[in-house]
Design a protein around this ligand. Structure first.
Ligand code: HEC
Ligand code: HEC
Length: 241
């Protein structure tokens, strides 16, 4: 009797193991676009990715992908991606991180401390803040914004990293400076602080911690959840990061 029960259990365990191996195989072998177009497979990837998110990422990225401006963690719930919403790009970010110290990390540039290094003056920074207020559709001081516009395209070199239209550059991971989604914040004081001290946000590399299939599942989950509010709840928030 006990022997038969054990045999049934062993068969069940084997079936689960084969199923998991088969799923991992399908998720890694197929192109991400093919998985995204396959509702059943995408659902299974999301089912694998969501608890991994809660365990490893929610501490910084928030229980509902909302991020944290105080810590410079981007809001992934509003589909505003620094590095684009292509699954392959998101997967690369998760693998190697951002300014993580890993040799393959995303690290093309960061936000220089323009005032501290003397490239622009405090007055210049206040002027450029008014220009950014104008771009964001907030109230602004006309003559300061006019001077700030010149700083943006000339002395401050802002356009070089944030683009001519100030909408950011995916290849550099520069945020748009037009709102409404901000990395650190779009109020005057926070904008000024970004320009005064610079910013150097860090996301860890996961290549040595998670399996390739787990990283792919996380990328598929994040891209799906960024576009669909119903998928955003990563249930319990784990740790405080
Ligand atoms: C060498 C490239 C570079 C230059 C030049 C540069 N930035 Fe940035 N900036 C960045 C990067 C990269 C980030 C994102 C930093 C991060 O992810 O932590 C950033 C972030 C910011 C932020 C934070 C935005 C947010 O969403 O909270 C502001 C504001 C900003 N820059 C304004 C400016 C202004 C104004 C200038 C010109 C006076 C300027 N930057 C020049 C690269 C640059
Ligand atoms: C210690 C805090 C921390 C943890 C833990 C963390 N992240 Fe991040 N993550 C960040 C920060 C900060 C940024 C923004 C970096 C910057 O300024 O560019 C970021 C950015 C990202 C981005 C880029 C988003 C975009 O807009 O392109 C992705 C994707 C990402 N994280 C995924 C993850 C995943 C998946 C996990 C868990 C496996 C994770 N992160 C864990 C802090 C963290």
């Amino acid at each position: 009797m006990a022997g038969a029960a054990l045999a049934v259990l062993a068969v069940a365990a084997l079936a689960i193991w084969i199923d998991h191996r088969d799923l991992a195989d399908r998720l890694l072998r197929q192109q991400p676009q093919v998985i995204q177009a396959n509702a059943e497979l995408l659902h299974r990837a999301i089912t694998m990715g969501r608890p991994l998110y809660s365990k490893h990422c929610a501490g910084c990225h928030g229980g509902e992908l909302e991020g944290s401006a105080a810590r410079g963690v981007p809001d992934l719930a509003r589909n505003a991606w620094l590095y684009g919403n292509d699954v392959v790009d998101v997967e690369r970010t998760i693998l190697y991180g951002i300014r993580s110290g890993h040799p393959k990390a995303r690290n093309v540039t960061d936000m220089p401390a323009l005032v501290r290094t003397g490239q622009i003056t405090q007055g210049d920074a206040h002027d450029v803040v008014e220009y950014l207020q104008k771009l964001a559709g907030a109230s602004f001081d006309q003559s300061m914004a006019e001077r700030g516009r010149k700083i943006y395209y000339d002395k401050g070199n802002c356009y070089d990293c944030h683009a001519d239209d100030a909408r950011g550059v995916i290849d550099y991971g520069t945020p748009p400076l037009t709102g409404p989604v901000w990395l650190y914040g779009g109020d005057r004081a926070t904008l000024y602080r970004s320009i005064l001290d610079g910013r150097h946000g860090i996301c860890p590399a996961w290549v040595d911690t998670l399996e390739p299939v787990q990283i792919r599942a996380l990328a598929l989950y994040l891209v799906a959840a960024g576009a669909d509010r119903r998928l955003q709840t990563g249930n319990s928030r784990v740790g405080s990061g």
